[in-house]
Design a protein around this ligand. Structure first.
Ligand code: HEC
Length: 163
């Protein structure tokens, strides 16, 4: 069959509409996927207990801290035979590290107590990525946590003592 000009235009318009529709669907899917990743990261942060130490007041208030204030690190020290450690500001930490480096750190670094580095090792790579993307999505915020103090040095701020 020979197509006249009007039919050709009609076909081109229809193809254009189809292509447009496909592009729109792909765009929506990417956004949905991203959202699923943030939701997963939020879920992991919550159930893995990262907020318990890295978010001020979280454990004490039964988790009643708005998400925008999550994971900014804490001035509450943890004192034991290892010295005094402070939960780092993960909002700043994640913004300063690439995703690949984060996976490497989570897989290899032994951290001082009471940081459960072994929990990071037990996480799937997908969960570690989702957590990273969620924290990056929250963006950098807050102040750096106080610096680590070696054994024998008394903290000036509040701290919890391990026997
Ligand atoms: C029981 C308290 C506690 C919990 C729960 C906890 N952390 Fe920590 N975290 C700490 C402390 C304290 C430090 C600082 C350790 C140090 O100074 O060596 C730390 C350090 C870190 C660091 C810095 C590591 C480095 O490179 O020096 C990262 C990253 C981190 N935590 C991530 C997490 C994540 C992710 C979770 C949830 C899975 C989590 N933490 C749960 C207490 C905790």
């Amino acid at each position: 069959m020979r197509l006249n000009a009007t039919m050709r235009i009609a076909i081109l318009v229809a193809c254009g509409a189809l292509t447009g529709a496909t592009a729109m669907t792909a765009g929506a899917a990417a956004t949905g996927k991203e959202k699923a990743s943030f939701d997963r990261g939020r879920y992991v942060a919550r159930i893995a207990g990262c907020n318990d130490c890295h978010t001020p007041g979280y454990a004490q208030s039964g988790g009643k801290v708005p998400e925008k204030d999550w994971l900014v690190g804490d001035r509450l020290g943890w004192k034991g035979p290892w010295g005094t450690t402070y939960p780092v500001n993960l909002r700043q930490y994640m913004s300063g590290v690439s995703e690949a480096d984060w996976i490497k750190v989570a897989r290899t670094k032994e951290m001082r107590p009471p940081m459960p580095w072994f929990a990071l090792r037990a996480m799937s790579t997908d969960d570690l990525r989702a957590l990273y993307r969620f924290v990056r999505h929250l963006g950098p915020a807050g102040e750096p946590a106080p610096a680590y103090l070696p054994p024998g040095t008394n903290p000036t701020g509040p701290y919890v003592t391990f026997p």
